[in-house]
Design a protein around this ligand. Structure first.
Ligand code: ADP
Ligand code: MG
Length: 351
């Protein structure tokens, strides 16, 4: 039997690489062998199939204590969110979601009724987006819950939007508003600490309804995919905002071999997000929530300038900047005209 060799020396800690470098390193030596694999690792979904209509597939996992906290996550919301997150990746290919498979790992800490609540949320999201639950897996976990959703969608060949198609001068657009999901998380974390200090404390969450809903029950922007089709726009590139605007812009720039310039005062931020930031003890900037918060599940996409007239009056779509030439950095321009280089986490000012 072939002996497996374990590297003793030269051990690299996981933290030294970061998520994206780790994925690159692990998948680098895999080559796609099948003609039906149109796009493998590297976009929001893999693209598969032979005919004019392609299948797109994605998978996403949520782990208790990492992606959700049972103290403030109702199971029904968790089920809804797990599905919504995967459907968002289908939308990010400009595709229509059709089916999901759901795998769960649970400990006996959970009752049948609790899992029924989880599935009530899954069903609600399936009904809302006309998606069929077609399979999955159920297994035991020793510590906490894990939920994985694989989503499958459909898109015609001409309409597929990859991360790699942005061209110089294209307009950068984003749907909805950014940073609100993170603002919701900040509120939940704050109330949790207060509750732990005094279990009789009853939090007043009513005035935070919008940001809490954005964090606990996000919606994939299937409506934007539909709208783009109605307006006969195929985005030149697209990605969903799961890790924050800065990180997603950098993905588009890297894969499209271009730079970008976005304007701080064009980034859509809800007034509730701004209010939450001003309430936080450390001086939190709303724009930091938008750039680095993540979990908004909005669509970030680029369109050719010729399509500007078709979307300029749409209130759900905001033009926040444009694509610049290859080799140029990804930057944000402040209202004071300072240029800031975007980084995947945080950002630094230019000299
Ligand atoms: P998203 O945020 O859109 O869900 P990710 O950042 O999770 O995308 O993943 C980026 C790309 O890497 C995707 O194409 C995904 O399928 C792929 N990927 C992520 N983790 C792995 C893994 N462990 N093995 C193979 N491919 C992976
Ligand atoms: Mg994505």
């Amino acid at each position: 039997m072939e002996k497996l060799e374990y590297a003793q020396e030269g051990r690299t800690e996981l933290g030294a690489l970061g998520e994206f470098a780790l994925i690159d390193r692990l998948t680098d030596e895999f080559e796609c062998k099948n003609k039906t694999t149109i796009k493998g690792v590297g976009d929001d979904c893999a693209v598969l199939g032979k005919g004019k209509t392609k299948t797109v597939v994605t998978t996403d996992t949520m782990v208790e204590g990492v992606h959700f906290d049972m103290m403030y996550t109702p199971l029904k919301h968790l089920g809804y969110k797990a599905v919504a997150m995967s459907l968002s990746d289908i939308c990010a290919m400009n595709a229509t979601p059709r089916q999901i498979l759901v795998s769960i790992a649970v400990s006996n800490r959970y009752s049948v009724e609790a899992l029924e609540d989880l599935y009530a949320g899954i069903r609600l999201c399936c009904d809302r987006y006309d998606v069929d639950l077609v399979g999955g897996d159920t297994t035991t976990s020793r510590a906490g819950m894990m939920i994985n959703v694989t989503a499958i969608g459909e898109v015609t060949e001409e309409a597929i939007a990859y991360r790699s198609g942005a061209k110089m001068h294209d307009l950068i657009c984003v749907s909805g508003d950014l940073g609100s999901a993170y603002a919701g998380l900040l509120i939940l974390e704050r109330e949790k600490v207060t509750y732990q200090a005094d279990p009789n404390f009853k939090p007043d969450l009513e005035s935070y309804d919008y940001v809490l809903e954005r964090f606990l029950k996000p919606e994939p922007r299937a409506d934007i995919v539909k709208l783009l089709a109605e307006k006969e726009i195929v985005p030149t590139s697209m990605i969903d905002v799961s890790d924050g605007l800065a990180s997603e812009l950098l993905h588009i720039c890297k894969q499209s071999h271009c730079g970008c310039e976005v304007y701080e005062d064009r980034i859509p931020i809800d007034y509730q997000t701004t209010r939450v930031c001003s309430e936080m003890s450390q001086n939190m900037l709303p724009v930091s929530c938008a750039l680095n918060g993540g979990e908004d599940y909005e669509l970030l996409f680029t369109i050719s300038q010729k399509d500007y007239e078709k979307i300029k009056d749409n209130e759900e779509i905001h033009i926040i900047g444009h694509i610049t030439e290859e080799g140029a950095p990804a930057v944000m321009v402040t209202p004071q005209n300072t240029t800031i280089t975007l980084q995947a986490q945080g950002w630094t000012a230019h000299e």
